[in-house]
Design a protein around this ligand. Structure first.
Ligand SMILES: *[C@@H]1O[C@H](CO)[C@@H](O)[C@H](O)[C@H]1NC(C)=O
Ligand SMILES: *[C@@H]1O[C@H](CO)[C@@H](O)[C@H](O)[C@H]1NC(C)=O
Length: 544
């Protein structure tokens, strides 16, 4: 009887949940032809979006400006290359401008430095040991990539992960065939062995693109394959080994994803939880089995509690190559990817079109919500990032070795945006506008944020700092959300009693994050969040 009921329920629910009109969230096409397929994507402090592919891929659909071709005798495909492999996209105008990279960035790593410059490291072939900087500029001005001359990484790094540290340095972890870490700038010592990365290796090399999260205790949570450690990078010491996560390999090429949940003022920001979700069946990569079902399990652990074990949950969909985007609210969006196969060229099938929302504060079993499906499959080499206006930009997907517009999964040049339900028209009268804020703050500083809201505020309005991560290969390097300690919104002098044209005005007293382990020095998107509805972010520079 129970199984018949369950069967009927699943028939009814699959009927209900596939009629897209009813599911939350809205999709829009921002640009039909970006010219390149972005396998690495990051949002700058000007709100523009850096798109980055690889150089040895041959012709793209975007040309470099005339007279600015790239000549590289070591390039495997085009020695004289007049095509762009990087671009800057402006969501304010939906315009794109080509950028010029010199060496191969395939499967490289990156993240923003404390001054807002994008640091980008490694790659393949001639790019294997290169370090590049992109100093972003306001739209309308000119800025481009530069390679740091006379400076190489200590070893070649392909499929490594970067994380900014409390002091503003960057750690670069692992890579194919290297079980080491190094730092940028390199003054903290050169290369350091990390045998854990070798222990986490298997015949498929499931230890690539390790999931690295800076915890509020200043140590790193590093997850590779099924294993994880707490790592003190100052002492080069593994402080704790967490229990293994069941459910198969999770990192590249087995294509799970991971995020650290929002750090909150509840325990003075001292508690951090990490989730790792999805992944491939072990063997799918080696056997090139495109229809091996993905795993839909999620593990969640309190990484700051050394007694903690993984709490398991099932997602509504099995998924590989999902991107986890931390929303301004602290909810986690899981978007893009496929339901079978593994990561790599032409190794996956059955796109997973439905994003899902993970609501960490709810009870297990109630946390996932299925959202409005996309129409564009985003498979291998696709990305998703949070924009300052609260939308999620999706770009890329290219399971082909070169650009190819044939077959089941052609090279994808469209850029889209997904608007979560918090942007729906019926919630606009809850949406705050940040009307006054400082643009630079120091650790633990008290400051005030003024907001306007169409309807009177009835609960605490959160002020949350979202980092701008470097998204690639279903992991967003450097992603974090820090909720500030705030007072309840109090009416400003102009008064909350009567609404002026812009709505009701309030002042919120905030305390900046306590230190660099909670929020490394950087530019953050500062959101005011009222009853789950975020404002457009103001960029704020957190400095020492
Ligand atoms: C930011 O830092 C990088 C690396 O230290 C440096 O090369 C760059 O010039 C700095 N940019 C600005 C705008 O200060
Ligand atoms: C995923 O892994 C979990 C944990 O080992 C297991 O219980 C579950 O059956 C797996 N799911 C699939 C679809 O393989």
């Amino acid at each position: 009887m129970a199984s018949i009921t369950l069967f009927l329920f699943s028939v009814i629910s699959s009927f209900i949940f596939t009629s897209n009109g009813d599911l939350p969230g809205k999709w829009e096409l921002l640009l039909q032809n970006a010219g390149i397929s972005s396998m690495h994507t990051a949002v700058t402090r000007f709100g523009t979006v850096v798109l980055l592919d690889r150089t040895n891929i041959g012709p793209t659909k975007l040309k470099l400006p005339r007279g600015n071709c790239r000549y590289d005798p070591r390039d495997a495909t085009l020695k004289l290359d007049c095509y762009a492999h990087s671009a800057i996209f402006d969501p304010a105008s939906n315009q794109i401008r080509p950028l010029k990279i010199l060496t191969d960035t395939w499967c490289s790593s990156g993240g923003f430095l404390p001054n807002g410059t994008l640091l980008q490291t490694g790659g393949d072939l001639d790019g294997n040991r290169k370090v590049r900087l992109f100093e972003p500029c306001s739209s309308g001005s000119y800025c481009d990539w530069m390679e740091i001359p006379d400076y190489d990484l200590a070893v070649g790094r392909w499929y490594s992960t970067n994380q900014i540290l409390p002091e503003g340095h960057v750690i670069i972890v692992g890579g194919r065939g290297t079980h080491t870490v190094e730092f940028y700038p390199p003054n903290m010592g050169t290369i350091t062995e990390l045998p854990f990365l070798l222990e986490a290796e298997d015949a498929q090399m499931d230890n690539l693109y390790p999931y690295v999260h800076l915890l509020p205790n200043g140590r790193l949570f590093i997850f590779a394959n099924t294993k994880s450690i707490l790592y003190d990078y100052n002492l080069n010491r593994v402080v704790h080994v967490y229990p293994e996560l069941q459910g198969g390999p999770r990192n590249y090429p087995s294509a799970g994803s991971s995020a650290m949940l929002a750090l909150t003022p509840d325990n003075e920001h001292s508690t951090a939880e990490v989730v790792v979700c999805g992944g491939a069946t072990y063997g799918a990569f080696i056997q090139q089995s495109t229809d091996a079902p993905a795993n839909g399990s999620c593990g969640r652990i309190v990484a700051t509690d050394l007694e903690a074990t993984w709490q398991m949950e099932e997602m509504p969909f099995v998924r590989i190559m999902g991107d986890m985007v931390m929303l301004p609210t602290g909810h986690l969006l899981i978007i893009n990817g496929a339901q079978a196969g593994s990561q790599g060229f032409n190794l996956a099938s059955s796109p997973c079109l439905n994003p899902v929302l993970y609501r960490p504060e709810m009870d297990a079993g109630l946390r996932f919500m299925t959202l409005n499906p996309a129409t564009v499959p985003r498979m291998y080499h696709s990305t998703a990032v949070l924009l300052p206006d609260g939308r999620i930009l999706t770009a890329g997907s290219n399971p082909n070795y070169f650009y190819s517009f044939k077959g089941d999964f052609p090279t994808e040049l469209r850029i889209e945006a997904f608007s979560p339900e918090y942007l729906s028209p019926d919630r606009q009268n809850l949406r705050p506008v940040i009307s006054k804020t400082p643009s630079v703050i120091r650790y633990s500083e008290q400051f005030e944020v003024q907001i306007k809201v169409p309807l009177p505020v009835v609960e605490v309005v959160e002020i949350n700092f979202a980092s701008a991560p470097f998204a690639t290969h279903s992991f967003s390097q450097g992603q974090r959300l820090v909720k500030l300690s705030v007072s309840s919104a109090h009416p400003s002098i102009s008064g909350a009693i009567s609404a002026d044209s812009g709505g009701y005005t309030y002042t919120i007293s905030c305390t900046a994050p306590p230190n660099g382990a909670v929020a490394p020095p950087s530019y953050y998107m500062m959101f005011a969040v009222n009853q789950g509805v975020p404002s457009v972010a103001s960029w704020i520079h957190l400095i020492n």
